[in-house]
Ligand binder design. Structure first.
Ligand code: GLC
Length: 423
């Protein structure tokens, strides 16, 4: 009996060891976005890494809204969970999340040098590389080529011209029978996306970027007020009232079904608008956003998503290996061709296959290199507070509050924040 027991135990131990050997590969969980084709692309890339390394991956889908995603991450990181190894983080979060993230420099070798230096600087917090750039975004203006041609109007160079063109074509198309036609759709919901849009309006009018390089709050100025007032005039005129609740996908929904002349969005909307099942396929043009007219300039907000490894991961080396794979030139090229995600590796903009898939990428390179950064480096851990004060004010103006009074209130709110935060 005793011998049997020993045999049994030995057999179990062997089984255990065998089980361990086959389970030796680790399972890495990655939190990806699901907007447009994001989730599919993330899963394809992560699966390819898993096949190559023999590890496993688990994909965790996160909310579309950048703001909701941040709330989820903050909750998970505060609980120091080991359930997420790799996080897809917004370009503006490096400073906010740095204390929860692993320094990737020891794992990345020379690869950071191939990426846009500004993005690597963005991801370097107190000398630690807390994320690697995955793709870059910049706000652009989509327009209906066919409608502008029909009404013999050029793509607008200023926001004032965009407003007039949108009014003319909206009225004419409604008269032709499409009662649902709107002139312009954008991201007007009270969230991070509105911060991106409103920053573009203000900066393009020469009204600055909320906070200047010395950290002073600058938003209460006549140009910023004029920019927000013009945007406020769009609601109910060239934009539906529903725009107050639009995120990227809601705006794309209206534009892609053929019911808007212009749309402000990120480059990802290009591949979808040109997709086989898109009603506007072949009818879409993309140009840099308009300037604010005299004294203004073109301004597109810098966006984009980066990959980071949680400090609470039990498998930091494998997680960093997944980050290196997904942010590599090969993966970025695949994503650019399949879905118009802008690479963060400059050399890929000279790649003929990337160029053929995205004829507007070359022009975008200029917009990307001159993109307007949100004040996330200056505000650091306080960025979300600053941004939410800002988007709330912009939302109030879109909702009908007078721009001058609302901006004055914003300025004093941000001044108080600045003093508390001591930046
Ligand atoms: C895009 C940008 C991101 C931005 C977000 C706002 O995803 O890449 O940087 O914060 O839109 O909605």
């Amino acid at each position: 009996m005793r011998a049997l027991l020993i045999c049994l135990l030995a057999a179990l131990a062997l089984l255990g060891a065998a089980g361990k050997a086959s389970a030796a590969p680790v399972r890495v969980a990655i939190a990806c976005g699901a907007l447009g084709m994001e989730l599919k692309l993330c899963a394809e890339g992560a699966d390819a890494w898993a096949r190559q390394t023999g590890n496993e991956v688990r994909i965790i889908s996160t909310p579309n809204s950048s703001t909701d995603r941040l709330a989820l991450y903050l909750q998970m990181l505060a609980s120091r969970t080991a359930d997420i190894d790799v996080l897809q983080i917004d370009v503006v979060w490096a400073g906010m999340l740095a204390s929860h993230l692993t320094d990737l420099r020891p794992y990345m070798g020379d690869t950071p040098a191939a990426h846009f230096p500004a993005l690597i600087r963005n991801d370097t917090v107190d000398g630690r590389l807390v994320a690697m750039p995955w793709w870059a975004d910049v706000g652009v203006l989509y327009y209906r080529k066919d409608l502008l041609a029909r009404h013999r109007l050029p793509p607008p160079k200023t926001w004032q011209e965009m407003t007039r063109t949108a009014q003319i074509i909206q009225a004419a198309e409604r008269a032709r029978g499409n009662s649902r036609m709107w002139g312009f759709v954008f991201q007007g919901r009270a969230y991070e996306g509105l911060t991106c849009n409103a920053l573009e309006w203000i900066d393009s009018f020469g009204g600055g970027t909320i906070v200047n390089a010395r950290g002073e709050i600058t938003v209460d100025n006549p140009r910023a007020i004029a920019a927000l007032a013009l945007a406020g005039s769009w609601v109910g005129d060239i934009a539906p009232r529903g725009v107050l609740n639009y995120d990227e996908e809601a705006a794309r929904g209206v534009f892609q079904t053929g019911n808007a002349v212009f749309m402000r969005n990120w480059p990802y909307a290009w591949a979808l608008a040109q997709g086989d099942d898109s009603p506007v396929r072949g009818k879409v043009g993309v140009v840099p956003l308009p300037s604010g007219g005299a004294g203004g300039k073109v301004s597109g907000t810098l966006g984009g998503w980066h990959l980071a490894v949680s400090r609470y991961s039990k498998h930091p080396a494998e997680a960093a290996s997944l980050v290196a794979y997904l942010t590599s030139a090969r993966e970025q090229k695949r994503r650019a061709i399949a879905a118009a995600y802008n690479p963060t590796i400059a050399a890929l903009y000279d790649d003929p296959e990337v160029d053929a898939a995205n004829p507007f990428f070359r022009d975008l390179l200029d917009s990307l290199e001159n993109a307007t950064a949100r004040p996330s480096r200056i505000a650091g851990p306080h960025y979300n507070r600053l941004s939410s004060d800002f988007w709330r004010a912009a939302h109030d103006v879109l909702g009908g509050q007078p721009a001058d009074r609302r901006v004055a209130r914003l300025e004093s709110d941000l001044d108080r924040l600045k003093h508390r935060a001591r930046w």
